[in-house]
Write a protein that binds this ligand. Structure first.
Ligand code: 11C
Length: 343
């Protein structure tokens, strides 16, 4: 069955990636697009400064962009949101109140107790929080969030390793400029440089990871009790976040154990889930952004460089930040909502 969908914030960097992933898509058909008031009323092909190498899909090019307002769009089964967080905070709630189901990449409300923060292959069961949300908010609609792109890059690997009793994680990131939106992509003035700060990113990685790895008993979510410490850095790469992870466990884990756990971990099967979910490289210099970010439509998590350190297992991981880490993450959550009968 095909569901009609809309994209809130359709002209932005992640909005364009959403359109790329949603047309064509086996479950979804785009019927509504919204953007800021300067774009409203124009056909999408005129409103969007399209920056993706494949052309705007024909069926989307002529859709008239609407204002981002529940009264301005047609009734659709599902909305994907890539609104800036400050705008999304209020507007996404308005849409949920008006009865829309929203799969959002926007960082607002990710840590709210009644909002499921989901990577389907990691914690699909947390979608059950929507029952809690319905009671607490009184919405006819519903809101599901995906985490930050740097969190998504690491957490599937930690979930695979949690069978050894994950107790402590340190992570240092090397993040692509596209994580900062179009201003990031166009401002490659950080060539020959690196910026050892990304506002709020370290706190997001720490709190979101523990929520995602936590357990849900049908009524309440308990965060995972591992400690997570992050250091986030911007480097002059266009797309693809690379991360160095040091993971410690209650039980001992060898490199062979860790490789086997990552390679065999799959989680749920959805149209956009890659198979395998995690590709583990033996070559110590892989994964690399330019070589590995496009694997499986940009949806695969890559890992490599596994070694036994003094405290546990050290490794590197990589994912495409605007595909797997943002637009693709929202699409996967939409596929999960469809599979679980929420649309
Ligand atoms: C970056 N990870 O690379 C950020 C962008 O919370 O969704 C995404 C921010 C978020 O700058």
């Amino acid at each position: 069955m095909t569901h009609t969908v809309g994209v809130l914030g359709a002209t932005g960097a992640v909005g364009q990636r959403l359109i790329q992933l949603l047309d064509p898509h086996p479950d979804f058909e785009i019927e509504a697009l919204t953007a800021s008031s300067e774009s409203a009323g124009k056909p999408y092909r005129k409103a969007a400064k399209w920056r993706i190498s494949t052309p705007i899909p024909d069926s989307v090019a002529e859709i008239t962009v609407a204002e981002t307002d529940p009264d301005a769009i047609p009734d659709v089964d599902l909305l994907f949101s890539s609104l800036p967080s400050s705008v999304g905070e209020r507007v996404e709630s308005d849409f949920c109140e008006a009865g829309y189901v929203v799969s959002s990449n926007s960082s607002n409300q990710r840590m709210a107790e009644d909002v499921p923060l989901v990577i389907p292959e990691v914690n699909a069961d947390h979608l059950g929080l929507l029952e809690v949300q319905r009671d607490s908010r009184g919405w006819d609609g519903a809101m599901v969030k995906n985490p930050n792109c740097s969190t998504i890059t690491m957490v599937p690997t930690l979930k695979a390793l949690d069978e050894f009793g994950l107790s402590r994680v340190h992570v240092a990131t090397l993040q692509a400029v596209s994580g900062a939106g179009y201003s990031g992509v166009t401002s490659m003035e950080i060539i020959d440089n690196a910026i050892p700060h990304i506002g709020g990113e370290e706190e997001k990685m720490e709190s979101e990871s523990k929520k995602l790895l936590g357990s849900f008993d049908g009524a309440e979510l308990a965060a995972h009790d591992a400690t997570v410490s992050a250091s986030c850095n911007r480097i002059p790469t266009l797309d693809g976040h690379l991360e160095n992870v040091w993971a410690e466990f209650e039980a001992g884990a060898t490199v062979e154990d860790a490789v086997e756990a990552m390679e065999s971990y799959q989680g749920i099967d959805l149209p956009s889930s890659p198979d395998p979910l995690i590709r583990v490289f033996e070559e110590p210099e892989r994964p690399q952004p330019r070589l590995d970010r496009e694997r499986e439509n940009g949806m695969q998590i890559c890992a490599g460089g596994l070694r036994e350190s003094e405290t546990g297992i050290q490794y590197n991981c990589l994912a495409h930040n605007t595909l797997r880490g943002a637009a693709g993450a929202s699409v996967l959550n939409g596929e999960l909502l469809a599979k679980e009968g929420y649309l």
